[in-house]
Write a protein that binds this ligand. Sequence first.
Ligand SMILES: O=C(O)CCC(=O)C(=O)O
Length: 334
Amino acid sequence: MKRNLDMKCKDNFMKRFKYYKSNKPEPSLDKVVRIQYDIPIEVNNISNVIEEDSRTKLLGLRNFTDWKTYTFMKHTGLFLIANPFTSLGQRYWIRKCLEDYPRKPNKTNIDIEKQIEDWWREIHKSDELDRKMQKKLRWTTLGYHHNWDTKVYCEKNRNIFPSELAELCDVVAQYLGYTNFNAQAAIVNYYHMGSTLSAHTDHSEVNLEAPLFSFSFGQSAIFLIGGQEKSHEPSAILLNSGDILIMSKEARLCYHAVPKILQASDQPWNNHEELIQITDNGKTKYINEETIIKEVNRNIDNKEWTQFNSYVEESRINVNVRQVLMENQERLDS
Ligand SMILES: O=C(O)CCC(=O)C(=O)O
């Protein structure tokens, strides 16, 4: 009897996962925390730690005073910043994830089958889009490459972390009061409408005190987060394009999953009133300002944007960034 009860309890995460994954019947969204419609009772608005950061505009972010940040009573250490990106900012990050991040020397899931130098160029090399190869890309890793088998990072399996992504994380970290965050590893996940990501915890990093930053773009998702055991009843949260989820403190080691991708109710990357040129206005730590201004502004051109638009109209992209090492540690073996 006791054993049966234990077995039942163990199933809580999986039970919710299966419920939200289902297509027949479609799950009810009544219990999904949806910040865009109303502020559910379990979510509180938090006040900003610092007033401003001159780098926000360069990185496609609104001013801190316009950010809306929420914490969750049931999940200590979990933060949700509801889309702080401008439309042009979303375009810039979506394009980075598609055009730049899957390029070598970064690793992708396609590598075991075929080494492709430049996935985005490869799928567009002839007049007709290579849809088969387009759909094949499920992840790319940056910085310290995640080892999916051993779950252990190693120095030999490391490339330079993209400076603009490090800069973005630094801004968000400073905003939340983390003054020493160092972006060292990232997984970019590519989801199509039927894709899921099963329950797991992220515990490969030496430093488990540092927060994990997770950025969502394109189509929406139901995100499940529970406790450090699968028996905990998870909460379901709707993540929309531009949302930033931060897992820190207790939430850093909690089970989480993506059981469903949902059609986005709007396309914040296509808000034409917000496609305004950016100019130099911030002291950057990692990036060259001239380069980023050029790269952000070229996406105002809708013609240049078309191919990226087609991708996010039917896919979701998630970038999650971690600090691997302890503060002042330079290498895994030091
Ligand atoms: O797609 C997401 O929102 C979550 C991704 C994730 O949990 C991971 O890559 O570890």
